[in-house]
Ligand binder design. Structure first.
Ligand code: VAH
Length: 319
């Protein structure tokens, strides 16, 4: 069957890279790429400007294009979300409910909904948090993701809508910039290293968090969406682990390849958010149910990040 894919929030950190992966897999003409803003850089494919809080606009787009799969990435993240809690709740929840309703009404086959390790809070153990841990999120973003997971499960149980979800850790990639998250430092630090400038880190040097390299995050997303329906036993969201490190670990791994690189630590309001999140999570349910396995450790990720960003930088200098 010919799939027609719709992606929301496609200009974001994950959306940018997932768009290319979906275009490669399904063909450019089969992927409707949407965001509230026009693409920031050169883009080839089918782009439509869409505010996903506009239920009618979304439903019409799904109907007219006979969309079969939706990847709903549009959301306000943890750090930005705290500046306007009620607005963040309103936007994140309205957008998700619009997607679920459009999918139900228009007979969409599968929906992907990203959750986050931000659903965990003080009652989670510090390390190896199990999938079915009690959720007491510390940010409005985390509250919206915890509620969203339950809505995903509700639509599956009540209407049979095949919604699949991952609890992403912080995502680190060279292709795109994150915006408004607490884990963003782990991308910014590599940009500083290739520019050869000192880095000021907004988290404490020993604030360990679960993270994942972009390639692994994309592979996991495609893999859970490809899995047979019966394999997806968890209909809230799957813990997804890649690696876990603190700022001092990533600094040391960069310094092994760029010995002159320096970092100082100036924790701001984001440190309190990070402190409420676990150090590491247990993703054995994802491994057992649909064969998840990450490929990147810290050293390999650092090598890839530095070499890809250096190539990008030399291209910019040459241009
Ligand atoms: C954030 N990157 O920092 C997001 C995230 C793991 C946290 O989902 O808000």
């Amino acid at each position: 069957m010919n799939e027609t894919i719709l992606i929301t929030g496609a200009n974001g950190q994950l959306g940018t890279v997932l768009t290319s992966a979906l275009q490669e897999r399904f063909g450019r003409e089969r992927v409707i790429v949407t965001d509230i803003r026009p693409p920031q850089r050169e883009f080839s494919g089918r782009f439509e400007q869409l505010d996903v809080t506009d239920a009618e606009g979304l439903t019409q787009m799904v109907r007219e294009n006979k969309v079969t799969q939706i990847y709903h990435l549009a959301a306000i993240l943890s750090a930005t979300g705290e500046a306007a809690p009620l607005r963040t709740w309103e936007i994140n929840m309205t957008a998700l409910l619009n997607v679920l309703e459009a999918a139900r009404l228009e007979g969409v086959d599968k929906v992907f909904y990203p959750s986050s390790i931000a659903v965990f809070g003080p009652s989670a153990p510090a390390a190896d948090v199990p999938n079915d841990c009690h959720l007491d999120p510390v940010t409005v973003y985390g509250i919206s993701k915890a509620a969203g997971e339950n809505w995903a499960q509700y639509y599956f149980n009540r209407y049979g809508l095949d919604v699949r979800s991952l609890r992403y850790p912080g995502v680190i990639g060279h292709q795109s910039q994150p915006g408004g998250g607490t884990t963003d430092y782990a991308v910014d630090i590599y940009h500083a290293a290739v520019k050869n400038v000192p880095f000021s880190c907004f988290l404490d040097k020993d604030e360990q968090l679960p993270m994942i390299f972009m390639d692994d995050a994309i592979r996991a997303t495609l893999k859970i969406m490809d899995a047979p329906k019966v394999a997806i036993r968890i209909r809230t969201s799957y813990n997804l682990a890649g690696l876990s490190f603190c700022p001092a670990d990533v600094a040391a791994s960069i310094q092994r390849q760029a010995p002159g690189f320096t970092v100082d630590y100036n924790p701001d309001h984001r440190q309190a958010i990070a402190a409420g999140w676990p150090d590491s999570i247990d993703d054995s349910a994802a491994r057992t149910d649909w064969g998840w396995e990450p490929e990147f450790n810290l050293e390999r990720m650092t090598e890839e990040m530095l070499s890809a960003l250096k190539i990008k930088q030399s291209g910019q200098i040459a241009a």
